[in-house]
Design a protein around this ligand. Sequence first.
Ligand code: ZN
Length: 281
Amino acid sequence: MMIKCLLLLSILPVYASAVSLPDPLAVPGGIVHIPLGDAKLPMPQVFYQNHRVLVTQQNFKWLALVGIPLDATLGQQNITIKTPKGDTPISFQIMDKKYPAQYLKIKNKRMVNPNAADEKRISDDRIILNKALSTWTEQATVDTDFIPPVEGRLSSLFGLKRFFNKQAKDPHGGLDIAASAGTPIKAPATARVIDTGNFYYNGNTVLLDHGQGLISGYFHMTEIHVKPGQQLKQGDILGTVGKTGRVTGPHLHWNIYLNNTKIDPALFIARDIARLDARNK
Ligand code: ZN
């Protein structure tokens, strides 16, 4: 019995150090995993398109998690590893992904064709959002083991080419989870609240910092229950689902950013996607 316990104790730390990472998908809107060498060496500083890249550990090796923008050029791309001796590029390939189109009808016409005052507000919003999204918190470990923020129905997938009242707009930069207004929204992992606010398109919004440029955003909320600077554990309630901003009904629009780039949130909750999608049937 004693031997068994000792064995268990010697095995446990190995499991405790196993990291749950987002799925790799080398396409626009996806995440590329790039191994960087022995984790006994100091953590490398990695850049992609002039933005710092998240570096984590897997199997005692450093691993870069690179967010690929939806408008990325297909084919060969590079990250740069910065060392005191100089810069080293590492190349990787981006494959194509065809994202389908989605046509939506918005009743509030100013949400499709804003007037001059609305445009001013939208550009003010963008300054606040861009500042929040440029947050970089240096931390040794980043919690990438996410749970879905809402138990609901997947109503719009990431990357859809969008048409509002037949006008082409930006592609869908997040994952929509539909649930009735008032449904609690949970922190998907350990995080700190960067900012909260009310924005023209996004409505009531919370932005969370998970460290090293991994940021998550929660839009169209009814109520916000957190404050900037607040530390959250996985499962803590941020607020509730709503229909504020540009929406066709109550849902959570959920964004995830890596290296200042919107990527597909489904990659962070791969094990939950089938369950949430089954609610569509
Ligand atoms: Zn959305």
